[in-house]
Design a binder for this molecule. Structure first.
Ligand SMILES: Cc1cc2nc3c(=O)[nH]c(=O)nc-3n(C[C@H](O)[C@H](O)[C@H](O)COP(=O)(O)O)c2cc1C
Length: 195
């Protein structure tokens, strides 16, 4: 496998399946060049144990079970895409718990998590029922997380919807999804140009 080949890990984290964020992620992944490695994992299928803060009273042991599977998938990826509905201006609990586990993985002997995360790209695909500024805390915390791990920040693809499938009515989000993973600028759609 070429070291320059991109490998996407899509981590779905909505507590409901086939919801708006998941649908928007499929739209963003669709234009990826044929053959681009993609792995999709729904955090509902890989429930993690409660996070235990052992930073100051004992070593962390190598992760087992779902934590091990998520760790391996994370380390395999060059591009890590957190697909998350906006919950209280931030991440839903499964996504937040996954990131809390990074704190353990950073301190697990012999894992070398930090240097192995360095240089990967972190992305987010997020849908909320409110307005884009409400997603700012989520975007800020992910950017800072990427910075902390010396990862690149790819960006946040944002869409609007409340009930499942509402995202199909957000033409701007669907348009931006087509270009999200490419360097190209999304052409403006009618509603965006009329402002
Ligand atoms: C517990 C909970 C918290 C939410 N918090 C927000 C919020 O802070 N801002 C917002 O605009 N929408 C909020 N929403 C609405 C969801 O973001 C919205 O319904 C989204 O489409 C769900 O995406 P999904 O279908 O991928 O799960 C919340 C929904 C739930 C259930």
């Amino acid at each position: 496998m070429s070291p320059f080949e991109r490998r996407f890990l899509f981590l779905l984290s909505s507590p409901r399946r086939l919801g708006n964020s998941e649908q928007l992620a499929y739209c963003a992944a669709h234009p990826l060049p044929p053959g681009t490695a993609q792995k999709w994992m729904h955090l509902l299928d890989f429930p993690l144990p409660d996070f235990a803060d052992l930073r100051h009273n004992g070593p962390y042991h190598a992760p087992i079970g779902n934590a091990q599977l998520l760790l391996e998938a994370t380390l395999q990826a060059t591009d890590l895409v957190l697909v998350a509905p906006l919950y209280w201006y931030s991440l839903p609990a499964p996504a937040k718990l996954y990131l809390d586990h990074w704190s353990a993985w950073l301190r697990t002997p012999d894992l070398n998590f930090r240097p192995r995360m360095q240089g990967k790209t972190l992305w987010s695909i997020t849908v909320s029922s409110g307005a884009r500024p409400e997603a700012q805390p989520l975007e800020d915390m992910l950017k800072l997380t990427a910075q902390h791990l010396q990862m690149h920040w790819g960006g946040l693809l944002y869409g609007t919807g409340s009930r499942p499938n509402d995202i199909q009515g957000d033409a701007q989000a669907l348009n931006r999804a087509k270009y999200f993973f490419s360097a190209a600028e999304a052409p403006l759609v009618a509603a965006e140009t009329s402002a």
